[in-house]
Write a protein that binds this ligand. Structure first.
Ligand code: FES
Ligand code: FES
Length: 155
């Protein structure tokens, strides 16, 4: 039976190894923060981290992700303490309808891991990978910059 390590917890799931990770997360593990939108690797709403890197869970199979570290939006906070990116999102009131936002946040977390002080161009390039029909990109950029300032103790 394929094993999954999600948010630090190990699960064994009895489903076809070719099942998209998105459906295993949502249907088997009831982690519904990861959203289905296009289903064809275009929009980024379904983004999760696989070994710290963003992947599209609608086209990543269970077999591709078995026994590797998967992080979903549910795994970012520690107890009641929000992840700095989640806090910045709240502080800047980023979400509109909210549907794309878990994909946005997971992408931003990966960006800051790889580039702790991204330029505007770095931010725009990384975040344009996740489509937002509500057009929250300017607020996304402000929130990422706020998180960077806070990480340096400048609020
Ligand atoms: S639902 Fe996966 S990229 Fe759109
Ligand atoms: S907040 Fe509505 S699609 Fe992004």
């Amino acid at each position: 039976m394929p094993a999954l390590i999600v948010n630090g917890k190990k699960y064994e799931v009895d489903v076809d190894p070719e099942t998209p990770l998105l459906w295993v997360l949502r249907e088997q593990l009831k982690l519904t923060g990861t959203k289905y939108a296009c289903g064809i690797s275009v929009c980024g709403s379904c983004t999760v981290l696989l070994n710290g890197e963003p992947v599209r869970s609608c086209v990543t199979t269970l077999a591709m992700s078995a026994n590797q570290e998967i992080t979903t939006i549910e795994g970012l906070s520690v107890g009641k303490a929000l992840h700095p990116i989640q806090q910045a999102w709240l502080d800047e009131s980023v979400p509109e309808c909210g549907y794309c936002q878990s994909g946005q946040i997971m992408t931003a977390v990966a960006l800051l891991k790889n580039k702790p002080e991204p330029t505007d161009e770095d931010i725009d390039q990384a975040m344009s990978a996740v489509l937002c029909r509500c057009g929250t990109y300017l607020k996304v950029r402000k929130a990422i910059k706020r998180a960077v300032r806070k990480s340096k103790g400048v609020v």
